[in-house]
Design a binder for this molecule. Sequence first.
Ligand SMILES: [Zn+2]
Length: 326
Amino acid sequence: MARISILAALALAASAAASTAAGAQTASPPAFPPHQAPGYYRFELGSFDIIALLDGTHPFDATGLAVGAKPGEVAELLARSYLTSPVEGGFSAFLVRTPGKLVLIDTGAGDLYGRDGGLLVSNLAAAGITPDQIDEIYLTHLHRDHVGGLMRGGQVVFPRAIVRVSREDADFWLNDANRRKVPAFLGTMFDGAQAMLKPYIASGRFQPFDGTAPLVPGITPVVAPGHTPGHRQYLVESGGQTLLIWGDTVHVVPAQFPDPAIAMKYDTDPKAAIVSRERAMAQAADKGWWVAGAHIAFPGLGHIQRTGKGSYAWVPANYSLNRIGR
Ligand SMILES: [Zn+2]
């Protein structure tokens, strides 16, 4: 009886093994995750630690939004990069750890672009940082894809941070009388800026700045109007190294580096935006600065190369598992 049982058990085991083998031949491989790994990227600049943080990505109508391009030019430039419009663009923010303060530059889109944004806090957490550790937030401008991360689900995200932006952008987007000065589709920018800043204004933590003095040692605003009246870039300097966090100086890398004279319908003053872009590109290229862009493919960090008279190329940072800039 015992012998029969052993034989039966062996037969059962053999048939189970056969069915597992047959199953392995026909079953699908496991599904891949719908998202990338957490979007943060750490690098060093002198004695500063910096983390690029991804809030999300959003399809950008590069051909429809271009202003001043030659007919067919944007589509042709996109094709050179194997892209067609709409082009997926990032919403990135940059966290700078100076010796005295933790400073966040821009906050992404938060809830204001539906499911395209809103990853900033989870990516901060992945990097080991909580929102209450942020001391100051410097906004490049008050468009809603930069202020949207200040509130989530109607709640203040950063309970301690002082929020700063240029006086010109504060005066423009927080004053409803200016709505008539911009195309109707930019009306939501007033709504977004006012809703996101309201509790920070109420608690005395919204502090617009004048001039170009450093806001903390090593972070200096750079006047770069056009995309908005008070658009600012931030020059971050430490240990002889320089990074220009330039906000919305470029929206479409494959088009606006080769032809910086292509502007965007979102620009309040396209001519001024072109001047600001050309100046930033020339300076960064000539001085070898690092550049970080809010809408450049994550981590949005790289250098700028001259490719001809008035034309440039973006040179993305070489991916490093550990850190770069050393
Ligand atoms: Zn933007």
